[in-house]
Write a protein of this length. Structure first.
Length: 237
């Protein structure tokens, strides 16, 4: 069965296409009020440049979750934007907040034939998340996360038994992470794309960062600069 290309390209922020928002949700915390930002989305629902599909200029893709999307951060201070400035090549940011490694692979499959990137940069998130395809025409893909109470909580008796079994054994998440890494590597190899990637916990970036984003939850500009610097160093090897 051939997968629907539009499904592979789908962004959870598609309802916000061509919009500029002060916050993603009414409940989004605003702790560090001195950080001024808006979330501006392109016509495909991504917080990045408008896709220039017919242009032959070289470009890159960045993939990841909240830290790539830039939750609570001005777009120009996210690691994809910082990296773009350093390498002098457009970097389309396909990061989606609260997403999974599945999301990275799905979006790569959906967009590389369209945007034709020369390089892909992936900041892999945690292993306690995965994607679930649904029959909901408005929300076609659901993010399942261990940290989300409505999805899974050991003390929440009405939770789906499948989720309890899945998250109670960390091997499930670790094996899913391995599969995604192998798939991404092969996607890039088949399309002659250079792949640069590391996991969010690999270099203790969060532990070393002392600043916070506007929401007071995600780490701030020092995290973003460190991630950008790590990808830049990979390019020099």
């Amino acid at each position: 069965m051939e997968l629907d290309k539009k499904l592979l390209q789908w962004s959870k922020y598609l309802p916000y296409k061509n919009q500029e928002l002060n916050s993603l949700t009414k409940s989004e915390p605003i702790v560090n009020k001195e950080i001024d930002l808006t979330y501006k989305f392109n016509s495909n629902g991504f917080r990045t440049h408008e896709f220039n599909i017919n242009n032959t200029e070289d470009c890159c893709l960045s993939l990841g979750s909240s830290y790539t999307f830039g939750t609570g951060m001005p777009i120009e201070q996210t690691w994809p934007s910082l990296l773009e400035e350093k390498i002098g090549m457009k970097v389309y940011n396909l990061g989606l907040g609260a997403s999974s490694r599945d999301t990275c692979v799905r979006l790569a499959l959906g967009w590389i034939d369209v945007l034709k990137p020369k390089k892909i940069f992936v900041l892999w998130g945690g292993t306690n998340r995965f994607e679930l395809f649904t029959n909901n025409t408005e929300k076609r893909i659901k993010d399942i996360r261990l940290s989300s109470e409505e999805e899974f909580n050991p003390d929440y008796t009405n939770t789906d038994p499948f989720l309890i079994n899945y998250f109670n054994n960390p091997i499930n998440g670790e094996f899913n992470a391995l599969k995604n890494k192998i798939i991404m590597k092969n996607i890039c190899k088949e399309s002659n794309i250079d792949l640069y990637d590391f996991t969010i916990g690999q270099h203790s970036l969060r532990e070393k960062s002392v600043t916070f984003a506007r929401d007071g939850r995600h780490k701030g500009i020092d995290f973003q600069k460190s991630a950008s610097n790590l990808f830049e160093k990979m390019l020099l090897v």
